[in-house]
Each structure stands twice: as structure tokens, then as C-alpha cells.
Design a protein around this ligand. Sequence first.
Ligand code: MG
Length: 404
Amino acid sequence: MSESAEAGTSVPPGACAIVVAAGRSERFGGELPKVLVPWRGRPFLAWTLQAFDDCPEVASIVLVASEEVERGWRQAGSPGRKVISAVRGGATRQESVLAGSAAVPEDAPVVLVHDGARPFVTPALVASVVAAARRHGAALPVLPVVDTVKRLGSDGHVQETVARAELRLAQTPQGFRRGVFAAAQAWAERADVVATDDVALVELALAAGAVPGDARVAAVPGARSNVKVTHPDDIPARTELRVGLGHDVHPLERGRRFVLAGVDIQPDTATEEGFGPAGHSDGDALTHAICDALLSAAGQGDIGQHFPDTAAENAGRPSLEFLTEVVRRVGELGYRPANVSAVLRLERPRLAPVLPAVRAAVAAALGVDADAVGISAKRGEGMGPVGEGRAIVCDAVALLETRR
Ligand code: MG
């Protein structure tokens, strides 16, 4: 069932990580297998694979996944550049790991086994497991037990309080010298032993004298963030905030319409006051600055990259359409606007009467309440292009939060 992702390329010696994402039955409330549920715009599995891609001690990855999960991973794109094989899982986790082991390169000195549903593992944690496994034969990350542990009797009542000083919670990746793991797996096959995790298999094999040499199982400090996502509540509830700054300027010229966020500020261009912004689109400095602030917060460049003024379809286009599209694009990356604050600088016309309508239009485009939008207008006191009535300038700050 295995398939070489990069046939013919030789992999330098280094750890091989078996990432187990086989769980056909693991649904996460919706119709997607849980490792394909998106978080910040990418499936959990993509974040998991990224950590191994980013760890220099890891040379290759064997992905154990169902056809559906493998397809979902390939569609997600780049993370997983070290994947050398994608293999189908077995009926149990142990069988899935065994299937993955068959695809581990012969020269890999260390084999790691990691839950595909632990997407928040860090390259540093992976590296510490590799180092400990090389040294001791086997290693895993552990956490101290912080809650008091009770043992219940068969009647459901508390029987005793368990001393927790020596207790630890096991995480993955679990790492092994290749020979140690192979010996333990061969023994388990022969003896028909099923273990709850991969280190447990090695523990049992060591106790049975089935592993040659002096291997022991080392414990390295795990990370609280390295959760196994088994329930929607496991996704870090912490909202991530991203701030962005935007700026725009347009010349003011006689005989131009003046539109801010789709609101006609000065429909009568024939009057003495008939100055409006010149620009490729409708010259709406407010909306352009807010677009830039949102794009900047998401690390997505600026409005010129997304809506080039060389493109004919953008000529004269209402800027509010750009804003709606920007909100959609940052939304695809997992963000939504929290609030926006903008300062317009212009000499005329007086904006105070129309600001509530402008604010409501911006809020509607952002999908936020009006009180999440602040817009103020300042004059230039006769100084510079703004004070001389030749320019409209806008600065905007946008805050994005993760959509959860
Ligand atoms: Mg502009």
C-alpha cells in the first residue's frame, strides 16, 4: 500500500517519524476526520507534519493514514515535505504503527511514533525525544500529574488517594533506537502482546528480556500545549490576536465624487466645495487603509497586491467590494475582525454629519457591531497638503482574532 512521495531521492540518515493519522472512525462532531479539521486555516495534520518538517533531527516521515486523510493532507499543500511514504493503517493502533514501521528507511537510527492529532508539538520537543532515544534506547515526553488522583472502589466511592509524586502522563512523540523498537515489535508479534502505547510495548519487551543491549526508557519534559485533540474543547481556547496598521493617501481634485465606505459624502461636484479624491478606484482612502490594516494583521501584504490597479476589473470599482473580499480572505486564514480604528485627515468637507453612516457601512462590511468601528476626522490647520485641502490621508489600525 505504500507509495513513495519522492521516488528515487535518497534520505540522509536521521530520525524517521511515523505519524499515525489512521483513525477512520475518529469524527470530530462534523463529517471530517478529526486530523483534517482546520485550525487557523490548515488541517490539524498539516500543523503536526510542520513540526517534523521544521525539526533538523528528523530526516523522513512515514504517514499512516486512510485514503481520505491522505487526500485531505495532499490538498492542504506544503507541510509534510519530509514524507517519504503514505501507508494505510491497520485495525488497531499497534497494527498501524507496524505498517508504518515497514516503510522506515533502513538507515534511520531513531524511529519516532507520533499521534497525528497532536498538532501543537514543537520541533524542540521532537529534538529532545530524538536525543534521549539515541542515548537511552527509548524515550517519551511526560507531564507531572497536577490534580490529586483518587482510586475508586467497585461501588463508585473513593477508596484512596493515590500518591502522585511518581506518576506521569505520557505524550508523544515516543522515540526508539531502530533496533530496540524492531526487537520489541518482533517479540510482541511472536508473543501476541498488545500494548496501550509504543513505549509500553518496549517496557513489556524489556521486562521479558526480549530487547538485546542496555536500553532503558527515558522520560523528557513534555509540554502542556502538546494536547491530543480528541474533543472540540481540546483546541486551545486562547484567542490569538493580530494587529495591523494601514495607511492611504489620495489627492483631492475639483469635480470628483467623494465616497467613503459606499456613503456619498458629496454628490454635488459642481459646488465650490466640490473636491473629491482622485484614484484608480473610487479613491476611498478610509476603506483602502482599513483593507491594508486587515491584510497587514494577517501577514498578507497590501491592497495593491490583492487588487492591482493595473487590472481593468478594479478600475472605478466600489472600494467596499475590496473590503468585503479582504474580510473573506482573512476569514479563510482563520481570522475575523475584532475592531477597527481609523483617523481621516482632510480639510473639507466636514465629515461629522456623515460619520455615523460611514461607520455603520464599515461595520456591516466587517461583520462587526458599530461600536467595534471608530472613525475620527481631523483637519490640517492650514499646514501641508492636508491643511491646504489638496489631500485626504487615512491611518487605520485593525485587530484580528482567531475564529473560534
Ligand atoms: Mg488608495
